[in-house]
Each structure stands twice: as C-alpha cells, then as structure tokens.
Ligand binder design. Structure first.
Ligand code: C2E
Ligand code: SIN
Ligand code: SIN
Ligand code: SIN
Ligand code: FE
Ligand code: FE
Length: 380
C-alpha cells in the first residue's frame, strides 16, 4: 500500500546509515535480490522518506549522528504510515541493553555488524512478508469501510425518499378523506368551509382539554366525516327549504347510523374515529339524542366534542332551511344547552377559548370572503 508499485519488485527497503560505504553495500545487495531501495544518511531524512513514501521494511543503524536510531524508531511507529512498517536495527556490537531499548521503541528484529548476507536477506524477506499481510488487511478494511459508507449513503437516500412518499401519501390520504366528506356536504353546503371550521374547532377543544397532539390531529382528520351518512338521505328531505315533518326528521336522523355503517370496521385509526364520531355526534348529554340515547360520559369523548363544534357551526351558518344566527345567539344556545345537550365542561372550554374559535371562523369564511359583522362583536 505504501510503496508505489509493490508487484514490480520485492518491496521497498529503506536503508538508514550514516556510513556511505555501508549504504552502498546494502543497496547493491538488496537491488540484486529485486528490492527497491531508498537511502537515508540521517534520522531526519529517514523520517521524511517514511512519512512521504512509506517503506516495506526499514534497515536502521542504531548509532546515528543527530537523532538517534531509537528516536527514529519511535517516530516511525507513532506515524500512521509507519505503524506496521517492520524495523530492523543494525547494531555494531551485540549490546543486550541497547537491544532491549530497541524492542521498547518498537523494533521488530536485530542484526549485528558485520552481518551475514544470507541471514540479512532471510530476515528482510520475512519482514516484507509481514508488511504485505498488514497491507492486505488494511486494504480490505478500507474497502469494507467504503462499502459500508456507500450502503449507508444509499440507505439514507432510500429513507428520505420513503419519508417523502409517506408524507405525500399522508397528504393525499387526508385530502381524499376531506373530498369524500365534501361529497356528503356538497348537497347542502356549497363551500365545504363548514368541514374545515368544524374540524379545527374539534382540534382546538381537544388540545385545550389536554389530549395528545396526535389525538387532536386524529380528531381534526376524522371529524369532517361526521355527516357522510347524509349521502343516504333523499334530496327532498335534506334540501327541504322549510321545517321537516316528524316523519322526515325520523329519516333524517338515520344519517348517524348510515355514516357509522359506511365508516366502521376499518383498522385505520382515522376511520375508526370517524365511525365513532358519525355514530355519536347527535347524542346528547342528558340522553335525549340519537341514535341510541346515550348519556353523559357513555357518549365517546370525540362525539361530545364533535357535537359542540357541529352545532355551533350549523347555527352560525346559513342552511337551506334556516339563515345564519348571529354569533351571540349561537353562544347563548351553547351556554343554555351545557348539561342538557352538551358536555358542560367542554362547553366551558369552548367558550373560554372564544378568541381561537373566532380566529378559525376568520380563516375559513364561506363563499367569497365577506365581512362578518358578528365577528367584530366582543363576547366576554
Ligand atoms: P345540520 O344543519 O348540520 O345541523 C346540525 C345540528 O345543529 C342539528 O342537529 C341541531 O342540533 C343544530 N341546529 C342546526 N340548526 C338549528 C336551529 O336552527 N336551531 C337549533 N336549535 N339547532 C339547530 P339535528 O337537529 O339533529 O339535525 C340534523 C340534520 O338534520 C341537520 O344538520 C340538517 O341537515 C337536518 N335538519 C334538521 N332540521 C331541519 C329542518 O327543519 N329542515 C331541513 N331541511 N333540514 C333539517
Ligand atoms: C351541512 O349541512 O353543510 C353540514 C351539516 C353538518 O355538518 O351537520
Ligand atoms: C373533558 O370533558 O375534559 C374530557 C374528559 C371526559 O369527559 O371524558
Ligand atoms: C359508536 O357508537 O359509534 C361506537 C362508540 C365507540 O366506538 O366507542
Ligand atoms: Fe349530523
Ligand atoms: Fe355537520
């Protein structure tokens, strides 16, 4: 890895010796064996060579002028290019103490001057072999790391793409629900703004009583479906400009059960909640509502919330059978009906947050945005 083209020669050997004769001798010997040879006459030069080009083995004279052989050895070991570079010390004498220090400095092997050529070549061949082995391991580690990086980058791309698609699906899912709900509303509510206002009132009430953000979001998404059952009501009743006869109203009331039957049985949370709201939004706190005459907290919370949002918006909107009530009159009716029609605590919460109610009304104005005289009324 360190040498330029290791396959073309036996390896790159750095010879470090201050004696020119010794350098030349070693150079000649190693070249004959097919090694690539670099020469350094000082410790500083040796380090430059290793740091710049690396070596497959360093033959290092222990007694150097200037930086000592031991320091050269330590410096090579401390450098990323030299961690696995075999270092063979050449000592003039068989000095055990010096060899011990050499071991501590990170040397791999020792030769004594004068050296036996065969022994030297055998040691060097071993060292180069070991270095090759480390180079291969490092190369494989590098390739593995690159492969992991590539796969990680690929995965990140896939995840972000999936997230984008999921967001798109969620948005289109929500829009589909909204548009289907409008199919029911379209026949008696030209703009669909009723659905928007009503769903945001539900969201607001939910968040004020401390429901989790995801439950509030569920309420907002599910509540526009509360009247899908009106699809099953004949036009002559739904669009009747005047009051309904008792027989007509009996048919009208089936929209809660019809809506429930359209929506129930799904495992999707928004549809489950929508089914519950469709079923229970006309139940009344005192048990006088429909379809089942449920009472108090037997009415699911979502249904109790939707009842307030629905009636408040129905009252303040024009319907084929009625004109819009002034805001104050609608609020009066909510107040009066707390504990009879509606969950009194929820009415309280709604009235306490009338500023937010009005802000929602401002945001979703029916038809062409017209000034709402009653929106200016101060209501505290
Ligand atoms: P909607 O028009 O969306 O009204 C929803 C609910 O708001 C009503 O549920 C009722 O609780 C309340 N509400 C609406 N307008 C008035 C009102 O002028 N006075 C009072 N006190 N409350 C009002 P409800 O009564 O169960 O009616 C369910 C649906 O039946 C209504 O939905 C509407 O589509 C239809 N409907 C009710 N009464 C009449 C009517 O006299 N004529 C016609 N054509 N349809 C009616
Ligand atoms: C509508 O008539 O526009 C909707 C009535 C409702 O949501 O109760
Ligand atoms: C509430 O009214 O604050 C919700 C608690 C409940 O009635 O279930
Ligand atoms: C229903 O009456 O709509 C079912 C109520 C519930 O699911 O809790
Ligand atoms: Fe309804
Ligand atoms: Fe409604």
């Amino acid at each position: 890895m360190d040498s330029g083209a290791p396959q073309q020669h036996g390896g790159r050997i750095l010879v470090v010796d201050d004696e020119a004769t010794m350098r030349r001798l070693l150079e000649k010997l190693l070249r004959l064996e097919g090694y690539d040879v670099a020469l350094a006459s000082s410790g500083e030069q040796a380090l430059q060579e290793v740091f710049a080009r690396g070596a497959d083995t360093v033959l290092l004279d222990m007694r150097l002028p200037g930086m000592s052989g031991l320091d050269v050895c330590r410096n090579i070991r401390a450098h990323p290019r030299g961690t696995h570079t075999p270092i063979v010390f050449i000592t003039a004498v068989n000095d055990r103490e010096l060899r011990r220090k050499g071991m501590e400095a990170g040397a791999d092997d020792f030769l004594s001057k004068p050296f036996d050529e065969v022994e030297l070549l055998a040691r060097i061949r071993n060292c180069v072999r070991v270095k090759r082995y480390y180079d291969n391991v490092e190369q494989q580690k590098g390739a593995l790391a690159r492969a992991v990086d590539d796969r990680t980058a690929e995965l990140a791309t896939v995840v972000s793409e999936l997230t984008r698609i999921q967001n798109e699906l969620r948005a289109s899912h929500e829009e589909t629900i909204y548009r289907l709900s409008r199919a029911a509303e379209f026949r008696d509510d030209e703009t669909g703004q009723h659905l928007q206002r009503m769903s945001w009132y539900c969201h607001m009430i939910g968040s004020k009583i401390g429901l989790s953000p995801s439950t509030c979001e569920l309420l907002r998404i599910a509540s526009p479906m509360h009247d899908v059952g009106k699809l099953g009501i004949p036009d002559r009743i739904l669009l009747k400009p005047g009051r309904l006869t008792p027989e007509e109203f009996t048919i009208m009331k089936t929209h809660a059960e019809i809506g429930y039957r359209i929506l129930h049985g799904s495992t999707a949370a928004p549809l489950e909640m929508a089914a519950m709201i469709a079923h229970t939004h006309h139940e009344k706190w005192d048990g006088s509502g429909y379809p089942h005459g449920l009472r108090g907290e037997d009415i699911p919370l979502a249904g109790r919330i939707a009842a307030i949002a629905d009636v408040f918006d129905a009252l303040t909107s024009a319907r084929p059978y009625k004109s819009a009530w002034p805001l104050e009159a609608a609020l009066d009716l909510l107040r009066k009906s707390a504990g009879s029609h509606f969950d009194p605590h929820l009415v309280h919460v709604f009235l306490d947050n009338i500023d937010e109610v009005l802000a929602i009304r401002e945001r979703f104005v029916d038809g062409t945005p017209a000034p709402h005289p009653e929106a200016a009324v101060v209501v505290h």
